[in-house]
Ligand binder design. Structure first.
Ligand code: PHE
Length: 331
């Protein structure tokens, strides 16, 4: 009996139905009222002594449940009208899974990273959630200084000492506190400003910060580095201009504009300057020995010029019709 039952079990487990007929004959073979294998087994049971009858009865019932389960599993095939499971056409090509591509901002980030690694800058990162000291105070922006209004900040309601960084200049502070010069460093990451959303501004964008500190670093080093970046990205056809400006953490400071392709005018792309001696003092670097430059550049602004997309919002909508267009750009 044992052998019989285990063979039976195997047969049931292996059963596969392809048509409704298959299921029906399976059902009749095993559960048919007169000749069904299980029906006969149940009848045979009566010959066994009570003890064994109990054991085998249990086992046979178990098999019966398995059969029932198989029938239920396959019963959806009843829906196939003409008993023909060959509705499936194996020659139809499958749906291909689309391969994603890099986001245009990532493409640009990688390009800039390669360019700056080539000229000896190392890449570092800082946190997007900052404290007041790193984002403002250490950068010579005191509590009541009007320049804090320049950047409408997302502060944490419960603890206004914590905020979403408004610029990547906070990375300068974090790095300079930990390392002693000379160094050439850059960072690329998200920054947040509480701005009204429009085609040219968003509450978040990407910024690249580069800074270089050594003995005798001068403004011409700064100009040279910015020229290198712009020429590498755009070729020599674009003009750039340095416009005197003000930042509390650089002195002198300038804003850099790039000529737009269609001669519409100038587009501001970055702020820069020589790091203010006070900032160096804040991070315990002697300004009598060291000097340095820093600049911060908006990646979306660059992308706008490279890809000629003049609505910043489209970068963050995750519309695959837009993102797909960058597939071929391998950089
Ligand atoms: N942090 C400035 C901004 O976000 C840009 C900047 C960086 C200016 C470094 C000077 C030096 O507007």
């Amino acid at each position: 009996m044992d052998k019989k039952l285990s063979n039976l079990k195997k047969e049931i487990e292996c059963f596969q139905a392809y048509t409704y007929d298959d299921i029906e004959s399976f059902r009749i073979k095993f559960l048919g009222k007169k000749q069904g294998v299980l029906t006969i087994l149940f009848k045979e049971l009566k010959k066994y002594p009570i003890q064994e009858r109990k054991i085998y009865g249990k086992k046979i019932n178990e098999i019966k449940r398995k059969i029932q389960k198989k029938i239920n599993m396959h019963s959806f095939k009843k829906l196939i009208k003409n008993d023909n499971f060959i509705h499936f056409d194996p020659t139809i090509p499958g749906k291909s899974i689309e391969i994603g591509s890099l986001h245009p901002i990532s493409i640009l980030k990688n390009r800039i990273t390669n360019l700056f690694k080539k000229i000896g800058f190392s890449y570092v990162e800082g946190p997007e959630i900052e404290d007041d000291w790193h984002n403002f105070t250490a950068l010579n922006i005191p509590i009541d200084h009007p320049s804090r209004d320049m950047q409408d900040t997302f502060f944490l309601y419960k603890n206004p000492d914590i905020l979403l960084r408004t610029h990547t200049s906070s990375v300068q502070i974090r790095y300079m506190k930990k390392h002693s010069p000379p160094f050439r460093v850059f960072s690329i990451g998200k920054v947040y400003r509480n701005e009204t959303i429009s085609s040219r501004s968003y509450f978040m964008f990407h910024q690249m910060e580069a800074f270089y500190i050594d003995k005798k670093v001068s403004f011409s080093d700064l100009k040279q580095t910015i020229h290198y970046l712009i020429i590498s990205l755009f070729g020599i056809s674009r003009k750039i201009r340095f416009r005197p400006s003000y930042f509390p953490f650089t002195e002198p400071s300038a804003e850099v504009d790039i000529s737009e392709n269609r001669n519409i005018g100038w587009l501001e792309i970055m702020g820069c300057g020589m790091i203010d001696p006070k900032v160096l003092e804040n991070v315990e670097i002697d300004p009598d020995i060291y000097s340095g430059f820093a600049f911060g550049i908006g990646i979306e602004r660059l992308a706008l010029l490279i890809y000629k997309i003049d609505d910043i919002r489209i970068y963050f909508e995750n519309d695959t019709r837009f993102l797909k267009q960058f597939k071929s750009d391998l950089l």
